[in-house]
Design a protein around this ligand. Structure first.
Ligand SMILES: O=C(O)CCC(=O)C(=O)O
Length: 291
């Protein structure tokens, strides 16, 4: 197994590894360390059944069954489909349609976010649909001292209703989804347990304000932090190929996607898992009970 930096960014490609094979503990440990260090890993030319995907990802943390059961695979509850494709009866086979997805961090609307995530590309259009990852550690390091002390003790409010309203194929939040996703708080600054370095934790698609700060000032500060964190110098751009597996740590990076043609099929399989708080930055969380 070899590692190589992608476009001179933090993201790395892992070469010479077939993920459908049994991987020995030494290789798995090298992968775990590489993932913690780099935040985004790419494996090209993979060919995996859903069971093989689940088995591979189980080496990194406990699989999560997400709140969107309507996006679930029929074979494995842990696998969801991200697709604009429809089945023979005209029903969507998955979620997120074909529109642009703004910067976000998976699961940030949960009190215990499962921060490990993996996408596997099955079917894709010739144009559009690139995915981007932005490094929150690098973004924090580049903040000035004034902003660092301004945000040191602040918590942002996260609401799934805002996230869902940004999807191009969605109805308003149902009562049952609302019950599973009450608004939560996460600190704007978290500590990486391995390096002890401080890092930003934000999600522009889901944050609706800052606890204890006026709506206007909170919105302005969140917009400023989001614009800062997603500058091209902190971003890796991924142009997909069929068979790509990308895994990322939502405690370290944000991601977004370009739109693509509504009529062109695109289909990814996604898994999420709970990562170890000893080795990965997991944002502290609590329910938001109002200012
Ligand atoms: O479709 C993509 O490329 C990205 C999907 C995504 O943002 C997600 O699954 O959270």
């Amino acid at each position: 197994m070899r590692l190589t930096a992608l476009q001179d960014t933090f993201a790395h490609e892992v070469l010479d590894l077939n993920l459908w094979k049994d991987l020995d503990e030494r290789t798995l440990n090298r992968l775990r360390i590489a993932w913690r260090r780099h935040g985004v890993l790419l494996f090209r030319r993979q060919s995996l059944s859903e069971s093989e995907l689940v088995r591979f990802f189980s080496h990194f943390g406990k699989s999560e069954v997400i709140v969107r059961t309507d996006w679930q695979s029929r074979n494995r509850d842990e696998v969801i489909h991200i697709s604009n494709m429809k089945d023979a009866s005209g029903r969507s086979i998955g979620g997120l349609g074909s529109g642009e997805l703004d910067w976000h961090s998976d699961q940030s609307y949960m009190t215990h976010p499962a921060t490990g995530a993996l996408l596997y590309m099955v079917e894709m259009p010739n144009e559009g649909g690139a995915t981007y990852w932005a490094n929150l550690q690098q973004a924090y390091d580049a903040l000035n001292e004034e902003t660092r002390s301004q945000i040191a003790d602040l918590e942002a409010i996260y609401d799934y209703a805002k996230r869902q309203s940004s999807y191009d194929d969605e109805a308003p939040l149902s009562a049952s989804l609302r019950r599973k996703t009450p608004p939560v708080l996460h600190p704007l600054v978290c500590v990486n347990p391995q390096t002890r370095r401080q890092s930003l934790y934000i999600d522009p698609s889901t944050m609706v304000g800052i606890s204890g700060v006026s709506a206007k000032k909170g919105a302005a500060l969140l917009a400023q932090l989001s614009a800062h964190a997603t500058q091209p110098r902190f971003v890796y751009t991924h142009h997909w190929q069929i068979g790509d597996v990308v895994m990322w740590d939502n405690g370290q990076v944000l991601h977004r996607r370009d739109h693509f043609g509504e009529a062109t099929p695109r289909w990814l399989k996604r898994l999420t898992c709970q990562l170890s708080p000893e080795h990965h930055l997991i944002p502290a969380s609590r329910l938001y009970l109002g200012n």
